[in-house]
Design a protein around this ligand. Structure first.
Ligand SMILES: [Zn+2]
Ligand SMILES: [Zn+2]
Length: 241
């Protein structure tokens, strides 16, 4: 502790989200900002992980959107609601190369997987690849970092390069829900079908928004012969009601 006190006096450390100086007991993110990371609150859709209005309870609950539409993935589960503090934290990881900031979420990710009961346990993790153009702007893929954390927790391998992506015409963030699904069609490819054939795959992404990315990835993973696809994301954007 003395060494940490001295180090903090000489080299003050500030919160990566709000910029205030950190107390000795805090690492990377201050307590106030940490409390702003909101975990998803039940009831949660068992297919797409969207938070639902407080009616009905229990596992197997499905939101109205999932009742209407059949997705290629079998389930999504996420930890946090994608709101302001989390958006800023992920932005720092993505664009300012603060990969160590992910440590803030490791305990929570570990707990989620400890509590998870699998109907179909996955045997291989695939991170969602970055759009090649965005890859040029950054040095690493945050989904890959999350995938590695999950891999340690589950003790199953993560393989990169099997699921690849080509540049989509338009950035997803400017498109409507429907356009997001169309924009990604044909963007992903499996380079080695033998690696996924017969397996249950855990696809890992940083944020699930409309589910368009997960849908397109799951579709081609299943076309390559996978038995099923579960999706894990650190955060979930609430769907507009
Ligand atoms: Zn803060
Ligand atoms: Zn749903």
């Amino acid at each position: 502790m003395l060494a940490k006190t001295l180090s903090r006096c000489l080299y003050p450390v500030w919160c990566s989200v709000c910029g205030t100086y950190l107390a000795l007991t805090e690492d990377h993110v201050c307590r106030e900002c940490f409390l702003e990371f909101h975990e998803l609150r039940a009831p949660i859709c068992s297919r797409c992980s969207d938070e639902m209005p407080p009616y009905g309870e229990g596992p197997g609950l499905v939101c109205p959107r999932c009742k209407k539409r059949r997705f290629a993935f079998d389930e999504v589960f996420s930890v946090y609601r994608y709101d302001d503090a989390l958006r800023r934290a992920l932005h720092e990881i993505k664009f300012h190369r603060k990969s160590w900031l992910l440590e803030t979420f490791e305990k929570k990710i570990a707990r989620i997987f400890e509590e998870k009961t699998w109907k179909n346990p996955p045997s291989l993790i695939l991170p969602v690849p970055l759009d090649p153009l965005r890859k040029k702007e950054r040095t690493f893929n945050q989904s890959r970092l999350i995938a590695r954390t999950v891999s340690k927790q589950l003790d199953i391998p993560v393989q990169e390069g099997i699921l690849t992506r080509k540049h989509a015409k338009n950035p997803q963030s400017f498109l409507s829900r429907k356009e997001r699904f169309m924009n990604l069609e044909g963007s992903f490819r499996i380079t080695n079908a033998g690696a996924v054939r017969g397996k249950w795959i855990l696809l890992v992404d940083d944020v699930v928004t409309t589910g368009a990315t997960a849908q397109e990835c799951a579709k081609i993973i299943k076309e390559a012969g996978a038995r099923g696809v579960s999706v894990f994301s650190l955060a979930r954007t609430p769907s507009p009601s």
